[in-house]
Design a protein around this ligand. Structure first.
Ligand SMILES: Nc1ncnc2c1ncn2[C@@H]1O[C@H](COP(=O)(O)OP(=O)(O)OP(=O)(O)O)[C@@H](O)[C@H]1O
Length: 478
């Protein structure tokens, strides 16, 4: 590995001049971002650039800032570095050693780069973090600064919810009040509401924003009841500009809480403060919640978040790996995304396992590594390779419709994947040629035989095809 040099490090005055890569990157980012952001967050970073420019290590003064820089800027920095260097650049964010004075922090050795820990991908919700230390509001927001719009991957599953959330974050108290977001577990509801709060605070640091889980609200009600501190309770909730309340289904059967929430709701709406709620179901699907509340929940905009589709899962994996300073090749992301479908939280779990396995074993991230890392998960799935599954996987891979597998269409961009799917059906299932032909829109067995032979012969000489087949085989076998 090439030895790192330190740049913009006053403590290293005797060392070689800063390689231009980081300075050029700062210049470029200064064109794209407000000067205040560049000066606050990026200029103080202490950079080390490997001699061959393939790796840049940035030291950040503390954990909070590190999370913030990673969440807000890592993707942008990585892209800028790569564009300037004209080659892939690995970006590492590390904590500067504690004893170093602020601004002159020396970079920790790259090997102790932020280790892949659970909270590296998913920073734990601190007790009462502030959205930005520079713009510290005077009350506890309970916002997690890592959960922003920038770190939320957009796809058809969350497009509408995201658009509505962005609108609310930019103009609270106007349209879509209340905003009610619902969807299954681990699909990004909490992330989205934090993003609304963080966005608003970035624009209006003085805004009174509170994120709270419904269970915490219940316990606040109980406490203020017991301590007879209802005035303080009301003062706290009714004075907010933005209330973000997560998992309101937890209000079920809590009559007193529902009453207090109703009061807060009315007070906030009356003063044009915004309320955003999440739930595991749409308002009318909620049980044991007073009708007057349910009808209010539904009186603004109700939007769903769906489970992410394949392309979005691939994008999430690539983006979260990048935020970790790792590069996840697209074929590996495809392999993982095909095999982990339930929700984003599980996708993150799978990613952590793959990155940790690769790191501990000092291997590059590949399908073989992912398969090994996810062995247990893949075994549980008791996979049965069906022709249907092959058709779907191949269609996804080549970005065509599954229906094209049975259609009579002949353009090469469709006929070729169809032949590949036939080949894989023969290779990976027990089906006979006539059975396969039948499953591909009633084609003759000679058509299948032709496809099988053609693909088998071509993969011997066409390394790109061979690689694609390899990815598909690994993905299907799990
Ligand atoms: N579109 C996305 N892009 C990036 N990360 C996402 C996306 N959706 C979800 N995540 C991540 O997945 C994890 C789970 O999301 P989150 O906690 O927001 O889910 P949730 O819908 O609130 O789940 P629950 O109902 O269990 O509370 C979080 O780490 C979140 O950052």
């Amino acid at each position: 590995m090439s030895s790192p040099r330190t740049v913009s490090d006053p403590a290293a005055a005797g060392e070689p001049q800063a390689p231009d890569l980081w300075s050029a990157c700062l210049e470029r980012l200064a064109q794209e971002l407000p000067a205040q952001q560049v000066n606050t967050w990026l200029r103080p970073l202490v950079a080390r650039v490997a001699d061959d420019g393939s790796r840049v290590t940035l030291a950040v003064a503390n954990r909070f800032k590190l999370d913030w820089v990673r969440a807000q800027y890592a993707g942008r920095i990585g892209a800028a570095l790569q564009a300037i260097a004209g080659q892939p650049v690995t970006l590492e964010l590390v904590l500067a050693p504690r004893e170093a004075p602020a601004g002159a922090a020396r970079v920790a050795a790259p090997r102790v780069a932020v280790p892949l820990r659970t909270e590296a991908v998913l920073p734990p919700l601190p007790e009462a973090p502030l959205a930005s230390p520079e713009a510290a509001p005077q009350h506890h927001t309970r916002l997690n600064p890592a959960l922003t719009f920038a770190t939320l991957v957009e796809g058809s599953a969350n497009r509408m919810a995201r658009a509505a959330a962005l609108h609310v974050a930019s103009s609270p108290g106007q349209m879509y009040n209340p905003l009610f977001i619902y969807g299954g577990v681990g699909l990004g509801k909490t992330h989205l509401v934090h993003a609304i709060g963080n966005h608003l605070l970035a624009e209006r640091p003085e805004a009174k924003v509170l994120y709270i889980h419904a269970e915490q609200f219940v316990s606040d009600v109980v406490k203020s009841y017991q301590r007879k501190t209802f005035d303080a309770f009301k003062q706290r909730y009714h004075s907010l500009d933005l209330l973000l309340i997560d998992d309101v289904q937890f209000f079920a059967n809590k009559d007193r809480t529902q009453e207090e929430f109703f009061n807060a709701f009315e007070a906030l709406l009356a003063k044009k403060s915004h309320i955003v709620m999440t739930s595991d179901t749409y308002p009318k699907g909620l049980t044991d919640i007073h009708e007057r509340l349910v009808s209010r929940f539904d009186s603004g905009l109700t939007v769903a978040i769906e489970p992410p589709e394949l392309e979005m899962r691939v994008a999430i994996l690539i983006s979260k790996a990048r935020a970790e300073g790792a590069v996840m090749p697209e074929d590996v992301a495809f392999f993982v995304a095909k095999n982990v479908r339930s929700n984003v939280r599980e996708l993150e779990g799978a990613l952590r396992k793959v990155l940790a396995y690769a790191r501990f074993n000092q291997k590059d991230i590949s399908i073989a590594v992912a398969r090994e890392a996810l062995k247990d998960l893949l075994n549980i799935q008791n996979r049965q390779i069906s022709v249907e599954n092959i058709q779907k996987t191949v269609a996804d891979f080549y970005k065509i419709k599954v229906a094209d597998m049975y259609s009579k269409k002949r353009p090469a961009n469709i006929a070729r994947p169809r032949q590949i799917a036939m080949y894989l059906a023969k290779e990976l299932t027990q089906k006979s040629l006539p059975e396969i032909g039948e499953l591909f829109g009633g084609r003759d067995h000679t058509t299948v035989l032709h496809a099988v032979r053609k693909v088998a012969a071509e993969r011997q000489v066409d390394s790109e095809l061979n690689q694609q087949l390899h990815v598909l085989e690994q993905t299907l076998k799990g």
